[in-house]
Design a protein around this ligand. Structure first.
Ligand code: ZN
Length: 709
């Protein structure tokens, strides 16, 4: 049973800036079409589908499930229409048929917008002789095949004229011939940052370096700007957008791209192997940190994502439903995606009913998915530079530092958001009572000063391990950039688990609120890696070990007591500061041990002083989102309980019992008229005392949305 008391922070009041009406506000200036979409549909056609596809059945399906727009293949490597552009190879099955045109007209007849899908990333060897400069090259100057190793197909280079001559020519041809509303590039920009040795790229900085990364981003933005300009040549309301999946692991600077783009599409279609279930909602939080309410889509693969993958077989309906639910809960637009149109709409047609059920339900409750702002009081800082350039000690990736805190925030049922490291300005941070820096190792001096300013304004901060130990270029500092804030300093190097030297502990030195629940023990499981630090404050916990784990005869150390802090706590006015010299987030993620989890969640409780805009009490692991919507407020509960929580695939939902909700309305909100549960489609009784609304959700099968009007 998890419970939290409810309060509304002082800074939350300030952020709201006065009264918030429950009713929809007076007519706002009308937004372009692409800022109002809620559902997108796509059947990704193979070259051969031109023979088989039933265009009328295709259009009828997408009209039936109430999508606002469809993706149709143009594409760049295979033309789905009788193109006149050299090297835009027509489908060998086209026979002068205009397949793209037929699909486009069928969609338009049903009032559905059309987005032309391009694949600028690949081209055939037919073009090698005439345009050797188009292709990505390896060290020996040879063209590079795609990961699929499709015979005769090679990767194109983003720094070549293929991107600023050939692709624009195709885009302009499509604009001239068809009633399209937007252009989309699949496979670009490639967030893996491809390495190329063509004549242009040979003169670029070393691949993998920060200088190369900067050139890559500048080029990506240049191309994005050009393609968007071409899209707008057709109509000012048209747009171009690229493919920005990868969550927080993307090598692309999403903050820079978000400043240029009106539509963030996350090609994050499903889980592979040992991935946690929350992949789509986490992607949503990542994208929201830079898009701030502008259109974000996340693709749900109705096909079987994973390894092995089946492109033409339907995935488990429960897994697909969960992915769409997370997409909706995190404030993104659902993009439902199937591959192949053999025998009309695919050999396997099971995907259709899954999409129909979810998308029609979603459309019935449309106003509750039009979000104005997210309500959350914890910020998790997204350190993209650290994710791209920092090499963690030991096994794993820099992502492990983030996942540990993410899992802990779910476990403790907090409402939280990602905050991008390049957005640590007071206007963005003001709403949060607490910030978490999950080993954000690379930080500029300016970013350190921003965190200090946040704390000086009353905000609380938690950080771990090597946070701020490197500058933004990855150069190690003599001391932490945030040493002054946390009242500690570097006293030695990294200490960590090596082979069987992996018994490490944190000794309890004196009572503290953060140690709540640690009884009948003198120490807790420690962190796998830590930085040796010193602090003038008397330590609450000290570090012990590591010492050997095998053989049992040597499992001890003569240094059972040290003065090295394992936890540094500080209070400055209302600001509470927590620094773990160990990699506590990652240790929790890798081990699943209850001690690092308890220390993280107890620390958050201490920092927040009981302030929670939303409290949901009940059994189970639930991911929460709270939004102010066009209809009032919406509380989203994602039921994460499933035997397949940490490994695909969910076969069936595992319902959880009653969940008690306490929600604090923003100041000035009108009295609540009703509360409805959208997923179970029933009203629910509620009480309102002052600004506090309380009600009970009797059961959550997969997902519930409580709409407060
Ligand atoms: Zn190149």
């Amino acid at each position: 049973m998890k419970t939290h008391t409810v309060d509304f922070s002082r800074r939350e009041f300030i952020a709201l800036g006065g009264a918030v009406a429950l009713a929809p506000s007076a007519a706002a200036p009308s937004k372009p079409w692409h800022q109002t979409v809620r559902r997108i549909g796509q059947v990704n056609f193979s070259e051969h589908d031109v023979v088989d596809a039933d265009v009328e059945a295709w259009a009828n399906y997408w009209a039936d499930v109430k999508v606002d727009a469809v993706q149709i293949n143009v594409t760049g490597m295979i033309a789905f229409y009788p193109t006149q552009i050299p090297f835009h190879k027509r489908s060998r099955y086209l026979n002068n048929r205009d397949f793209f045109g037929e699909c486009c007209r069928a969609a338009k007849k049903r009032g559905i917008r059309v987005i032309g899908r391009f694949s600028p990333d690949l081209q055939w060897e037919d073009a090698l002789e005439a345009h050797p400069e188009w292709f990505l090259r390896d060290r020996d100057g040879k063209p590079v095949p795609p990961f699929s190793r499709t015979p005769g197909l090679y990767q194109t280079c983003m720094f070549s004229p293929y991107y600023f001559e050939q692709t624009p020519a195709i885009m302009r041809e499509v604009n001239a011939r068809y009633d399209v509303d937007g252009l989309y590039a699949n496979g670009w920009p490639n967030w893996h940052m491809p390495v190329c040795y063509c004549n242009v790229c040979r003169n670029l900085p070393k691949p993998g370096s920060m200088e190369y990364h900067e050139r890559f981003m500048a080029r990506a933005i240049e191309i994005w700007t050009l393609y968007d300009k071409i899209a707008k040549e057709k109509s000012p309301d048209n747009l171009f957008f690229g493919n920005l999946g990868g969550g927080y692991r993307t090598g692309l600077n999403i903050k820079q791209l978000a400043e240029k783009c009106d539509w963030f599409n996350a090609d994050n279609q499903g889980r592979t192997g040992a991935s946690p279930a929350w992949g789509a909602s986490q992607q949503g939080r990542v994208a929201q940190s830079v898009m701030k309410g502008r259109t974000i889509t996340n693709v749900t693969g109705a096909w079987s994502t994973g390894n092995p993958m089946w492109r033409n077989a339907t995935k488990s309906p429960a897994e697909a439903e969960m992915w769409m639910a997370q997409t909706a809960a995190s404030g993104m637009v659902i993009w439902y995606h199937w591959l192949g149109a053999q025998t009309g709409l695919g050999e396997d047609r099971r995907w259709q009913q899954t999409g129909r059920n979810f998308l029609q339900w979603h459309a019935r409750h449309n106003p509750h998915f039009i979000n104005r702002r997210s309500i959350a009081n914890v910020g998790l800082v997204l350190g993209q530079r650290t994710q791209t350039f920092y090499r963690p000690p030991g096994e794993g990736t820099a992502g492990d530092y983030v996942e540990g805190y993410y899992a802990a925030l779910l476990d403790s049922r907090h409402t939280f958001e990602f905050v991008h490291e390049d957005d640590l300005v007071p206007e963005s941070l003001r709403k949060f009572d607490a910030l978490i820096l999950p080993n954000v190792a690379l930080m500029s001096d300016a970013q350190c000063r921003q965190i200090e300013a946040y704390a000086a304004a009353g905000g609380s901060v938690m950080a771990d391990f090597e946070t701020s130990l490197f500058d933004e270029r990855g150069r190690e500092r003599a001391d932490f950039g945030l040493a002054r804030l946390f009242g500690m300093s570097k006293a030695g190097g990294r200490v960590g688990s090596r082979g069987f030297e992996n018994s490490f502990y944190a000794r309890i030195e004196r009572p503290h609120e953060i140690l709540r629940g640690f009884t009948e023990t003198n120490w807790t499981a420690g962190c796998e890696w830590r930085v040796q630090v010193k602090s003038d404050a008397p330590p609450v916990m000290t570090a012990v070990g590591p010492y050997p784990a095998y053989p049992t005869e040597v499992v001890y150390t003569e240094k059972m007591h040290t003065t090295e802090p394992a936890l540094v706590l500080r209070e400055i006015g209302p600001s509470r500061l927590v620094y773990f010299p160990g990699d506590i987030g990652r240790t929790f993620w890798r081990s699943g041990h209850q001690d690092p989890l308890r220390l993280i969640t107890n620390s958050l409780d201490w920092m927040l002083r009981g302030r929670h805009p939303l409290t949901v009490s009940g059994d189970g692991l639930v991911e929460l989102f709270a939004w102010e919507t066009s209809a009032g407020f919406a509380i989203h509960l994602l039921n994460m309980n499933n035997p397949a929580l940490h490994r695909a695939t969910i076969q069936r939902h595992s319902p959880i019992g009653s969940q008690r909700v306490r929600f604090e309305l923003p100041g000035g909100a009108a009295p609540v008229k009703r509360v409805r549960l959208l997923r179970s489609e029933q009203p629910v009784g509620f009480t309102q005392k002052g600004r506090t609304v309380e009600f009970t959700i009797p059961k959550v099968i997969d997902y519930e949305v409580a709409a407060i009007e």
